[in-house]
Design a protein around this ligand. Structure first.
Ligand code: SF4
Length: 250
């Protein structure tokens, strides 16, 4: 987990250095222009890039401080979100150039996100938390419609859904099974959850976390012994750990 966090923060800082390089290049161009209009134009570009750089810099610094101190500063939540939203695609690109796989960067992003949620030291009730599951956790031969209602599961034990139901009952948490992003967003809106434990693959988790805004989302990666999107699995302990993190202040 430490390596994952370091990777993401390293890529964030590298992305910032790239932006800084762009600013310096533009400045250099400006020095070599004689036409006044070009100078004004270039100066405006530098001003805008400089402002973006300062905002993103504060965002990155806040992330690093929050992780090191394990302490949240709610006033910085929005700026952290902006920094993450803007820089995430750049970190993917930087990682690609450095030969790091997208999955690895996304895992790192999820680990950093989980750490930021942990630093908030939330004390939610189980009933305020939604465990959001992907449909592929259900055994592909199971005839029961658990997307309508998780309680349609007959708890035969052929897939991990029965164990997750037991865990949900233990903490009084809401459990929903979604077939896609639209359904997941609807569940979150309708249930008015104050926190989410989302189980999914790297891609879906990182995009879900990005879309969640200020709603705290703990990401738990699924296991895919049969390839993506079919008969996947998840470690129940990891879901319980995530539940404890947002219900017992980390
Ligand atoms: S545990 Fe539930 S969801 Fe899984 S196969 Fe059995 S009845 Fe279906």
């Amino acid at each position: 987990m430490e390596t994952r966090k370091r990777l993401y923060i390293g890529l964030l800082v590298s992305s910032m250095l790239i932006v800084m390089l762009l600013v310096i290049t533009t400045w250099y161009l400006m020095q070599n222009r004689d036409i006044i209009l070009s100078k004004i134009l270039l100066f405006s570009i530098i001003f805008i890039l400089g402002a973006i750089f300062v905002i993103l810099g504060i965002g990155i610094l806040s992330i690093i401080i929050m992780i090191i101190k394990s302490k949240s500063f709610s006033s910085l939540d929005s700026i952290i979100r902006i920094a993450n939203d803007v820089l995430f695609p750049i970190t993917i690109l930087t990682g690609r150039i450095a030969g790091i796989s997208k999955d690895k960067i996304q895992r790192s992003y999820i680990a950093v996100n989980n750490n930021l949620v942990k630093s908030k030291k939330l004390l939610l009730k189980g009933s305020q938390v939604m465990i959001l599951l992907p449909h592929c956790l259900q055994d592909s031969d199971c005839p029961h419609k658990i997307t309508m209602d998780i309680n349609n599961c007959k708890k035969c034990g052929k897939c991990c859904i029965s164990d997750i139901i037991d865990l949900g009952q233990k903490y009084d948490a809401i459990i929903k099974v979604a077939t896609g992003g639209t359904m997941a967003r609807r569940f979150i809106r309708d249930c008015r959850a104050k926190g989410v434990i989302a189980v999914a693959c790297e891609r879906d988790l990182s995009s879900g976390i990005q879309e969640s805004g200020l709603l705290p989302v703990m990401g738990v990666l699924n296991c895919r012994p049969n390839g993506p999107c079919i008969n996947t699995n998840v470690e129940i302990d990891k879901i319980e750990q995530a539940l404890l993190t947002i219900c017992k202040g980390g």
